[in-house]
Design a protein around this ligand. Sequence first.
Ligand code: B12
Ligand code: SF4
Length: 468
Amino acid sequence: MVIKKVLLINPNYQKVISSLSQISIGPPLGLAYIAAVLRKNKIEVSIIDANAEDLNLQKILSRIREESPDIIGITSVTPTIDLCSQLASKIKESFPTIPIIAGGIHPSISPSETLKNNPSIDFLIIGEGEYAFLELINNLNREKNLRNVKGLVWREKGRIVINKKRGFIEDLDSLPLPARDLLPNKKYRSIEFNSFTTIIAMRGCPANCIYCDVPSFCGKKLRKRSVDNVIKEIEECIQKYGIKSFSFLDDTFTYDKEWVAKFCDTMIRKNLNKKVKWICLTRVDNINLELLKKMKQAGCYKIELGIESGSPKILKKIGKGITIEHIRKGFEYAKQAGLTTMAFVMVGFPFETEEDIIMTKDLVKEINPLFLQVSYATPYPGTCFYDYCRKNNLLLTNDFSQYVFLNKSVIKNENGLNTEKIIELKKDLERSFYLRPGYMVGSFFYLLKTSESLSLFLNRCLIFLRKV
Ligand code: B12
Ligand code: SF4
């Protein structure tokens, strides 16, 4: 079988992860990177972003018929693995001869289980998919060569074979820019932008937060693209797609301060700071006032900071490596630099007490970010947190579609707090934050001033009201 055409699918997870996808729908960047590499190697590719286009199964199947691919790839994270499997089996029913490949963080972390539970998935790729997918396509006809495709998981005479590990892509600049021309760019929106895209400047994270899959999945070494390469992507987005708002997905955007300073200088020198707005996510212990001021000057308007807990005991237990002082200082600097702030916190760790959650509640009111996201501590497979919960019999369910950190608490508490109590404490934390008169007035005017359209403003108000 000669592979001439590849189809990549981002399943429609809007219903599974409803509260999140109503706020923000971003491009499946991983698929766009894979597509770019395949295309560079003369393979025709298309992407169905069923999530952004809100396509049901029938529509996906009819699009597959139109595209008539020789092979199909589906992406998945933990809460969407069932969705991925269901989609694969429906595709197999209608197109039994098309090989189906799964990839993404969940198949990478639980490869044998994923293949074992899903006979419709023919192959699976662990880790970064760009070159592994290409090699698979080039060797699909020669079964004995499949053994040499690093990162591939497959069935040989019914037996699951896990090939040798593939190393991380060290030179990220060698990758072509993500194939955004294959994506429905107009469909992407976030809480702040009617139209936006995401960019990833680095892969990997050296930190040790117990609840996070990134270090094991993307590696502990930070692999950076060059500033010029990132600027080229921003320029392409402006010129080719008219995109003017960007969200950096990097987990710790400011990890390398020199890199960020150079990036900001280039944005200013090229006048891009007058043309675009961007936001980023980082750690409170990785910023300083001077850098934040430069970022503001370079077009950054919002910074998102993970604080996770107001309890020093919990911060220590989850390996976050930050202190309450870091948190206070981080927010102080961000505000002094004139940046809008967002804080991420979690509730419901097994070792948390009511007092710990109250400390978080008090701290968020004290640091007073403009936006707050409270999620349930969720143990994703592949993390130490998951292993801890499994070992101590704390998992309330093994149904991964429930592992949606904004919607559900899926673990038992070791200090006698039942699920209802955790939900109540989360709600109380949110209400006591949002329902402060000064905060409400301030955020109303902020939303009015910064919304790109009336519909975005109303949508944002709705999200706000839903939270309380
Ligand atoms: C941006 C982001 C989001 C965005 C956008 C997601 C999107 N589809 O665009 C939003 C905010 C919507 C989001 C939502 C959620 N996210 Co998120 N997210 C991320 C983040 C920060 C970056 C993802 C990214 O684009 N990476 C860059 C690209 C290049 O990598 P990639 O997507 O992984 O793709 C590569 C490989 O995975 C592989 N690959 C991927 N798909 C396929 C398919 C095939 C066929 C092949 C061969 C290979 C392959 O090849 C790609 C190229 O190398 C990651 C952290 C991280 N650093 O990865 C968390 C992360 C993926 N998210 C996570 C979680 C938990 C969620 C939510 C479930 C949260 C929730 N509400 O409960 C939802 C799930 C929604 C979903 N289906 O994605 C976890 C996943 C943990 C897990 N085991 O599932 C991560 C790892 C963060 C963490 N702290 O642990 N997320
Ligand atoms: S939560 Fe952020 S800082 Fe911690 S390990 Fe994950 S990516 Fe790194």
